[in-house]
Design a protein around this ligand. Structure first.
Ligand code: ATP
Ligand code: MG
Length: 420
């Protein structure tokens, strides 16, 4: 038997309804906040990610699904959405259409990590990106959007952590200080952090090892190095969040895995998730579009991890309500009679199914129950000759005769009532 690739999961009926439900919620809020959908390819040139995410990051160093295609070109299954969206914005000149561009997307991402609870090799994200605004209000707005989506999905015990990573003006000073701090205690750090110390000291702060985190308790804090602009920006984001009624915690040690973040950076964590507790993360990446060969326009965005969202969501029971109607036609004549009726009812949006196997009434009623049908319409030889059908309420077992003349209308009325 051929099995799925490790870390790649099927999403089965029973689960898919939950996905569609959360996607629907997300779409509703994206649209309410004025975002429009973009769909970019899952495969991009490797160079795009190497340049945007940064060479000394976990993703680029060890997590990318990269391979040579048949033309010996290096391509990569996207590990995140922002890079591809930026490429598409530049390539299609989208920034010319609007001063502020609000885009969202949803779909699979790929990272070669160790699969565990809340960590897969193919996982999914809801992403939002805003291009063209430096305003701190936009940072607060996208945080509100992420919170709204998560809260509408019933996620509880969320904690919003907020920080600023400074900007190209002030971050280099901090980076130098942090680097020296790390180099001074190199022997106590894990191998990853030893490498990060030189290449990407900020990433060390994001290390998942407890022993490293112990060491970093004494590390210099970025907030002590913020320039005036960064300080003001951060204060305004906080103020706007307060106006929006969103509770946050400042976390001066919060850094993000991707190189391109500047100023605002945030994570939304859920208490009940255990080790992989970050449901959503995002921030500002003002230099990225330019670094990718586009104009100098700022950007800010977030990603919600859908698998983790599902772990903390409280969803309505019975997202698959079952059939409105099962049609049990017994014999060829009856089948001839019901086919156009079934098509009409389906055309009106009712969930209707029927037997194609010519099975017994008993077997068909069983099938109706399995599909959670609310009603079953029974038409056999005697019903045909009397021009009456039997309509059975599957919950109560009550049966009612309905004359063929009024059958269609009666069904529409009944099904309307039960589906509302
Ligand atoms: P982590 O610290 O958990 O590795 P990250 O910093 O690599 O996360 P981001 O690149 O910020 O994650 O991705 C945003 C969100 O996507 C995460 O907060 C998480 O919800 C989700 N996510 C990231 N990687 C995975 C994965 N391998 N499996 C499932 N969800 C993931
Ligand atoms: Mg990661």
């Amino acid at each position: 038997m051929i099995k799925a690739v490790r870390g790649f999961k099927d999403i089965l009926p029973g689960e898919t309804e939950k996905w569609v439900y959360l996607e629907g919620l997300a779409r509703k809020f994206f649209s309410a906040y004025g975002f429009r959908e973009i769909r970019t390819p899952i495969l991009e040139k490797t160079e795009l990610f190497a340049r945007s995410i940064g060479e000394a990051t976990d993703i680029v160093e060890k997590e990318m699904y990269s391979f040579l295609d048949r033309n010996k070109e290096s391509v990569t299954l996207r590990p995140e959405a922002t890079a591809g969206i930026c490429r598409a914005v530049i390539e299609n000149g989208l920034y010319a259409q609007a001063k502020v561009l609000k885009l969202f997307t949803m779909g699979p991402m790929f990272r070669h990590e160790r699969p565990q609870k809340g960590r897969l090799r193919q996982f999914h994200q809801f992403n939002a990106e805003v291009f063209g605004s430096h305003a701190p209000g936009v940072d607060a707005e996208i945080i509100a959007l992420a919170m709204d989506i998560l809260e509408a999905g019933g996620a509880k015990n969320l904690r919003l952590e907020l920080n600023s990573l400074g900007c190209p003006e002030c971050r280099p000073v901090f980076r130098e200080k942090l680097k020296n701090f790390l180099l001074a205690r190199l022997d106590k750090l894990c191998d990853d952090c030893k490498r990060r110390a030189e290449k990407n000291p900020l990433r060390a702060l994001d290390c998942k090892k407890e022993s490293c985190q112990q060491e970093y308790k004494e590390a210099p804090l970025i907030e002590e190095f913020w320039c005036d602009t960064c300080r003001r920006h951060f204060a305004q984001v906080c103020e706007e969040l307060e106006l929006l009624g969103i509770t946050y915690e400042k976390n001066p040690r919060l850094v993000r895995g991707l190189d391109y973040y500047v100023r605002t950076t945030f994570e939304i964590k859920a208490k009940d998730l255990g080790a992989q507790d970050t449901v959503a993360a995002g921030g500002r990446y003002d230099g990225l579009i330019k670094a990718l060969g586009g104009p100098d326009i700022p950007g800010v965005g977030f990603a919600i991890g859908v698998e983790r969202f599902l772990l903390v969501a409280s969803l309505p029971h019975d997202l698959w309500p079952g059939l409105d109607l099962f049609v049990a036609a017994l014999g060829n004549e009856a089948r001839r009679f019901v086919l156009p009726l079934v098509r009409k009812l389906r055309g009106r949006g009712f969930m209707v199914d029927l037997d194609h196997e010519g099975r017994s009434l008993k077997a068909q009623l069983k099938a109706a129950n399995r599909q959670k049908a609310r009603y079953t319409l029974i038409i056999g030889e005697s019903e045909l000759s009397e021009e009456k059908a039997l309509l059975r309420n599957m919950k109560t077992g009550e049966q009612k005769e309905v004359s063929f003349v009024s059958l269609e209308n009666e069904l529409i009325e009944r099904l309307k009532k039960c589906s509302s």
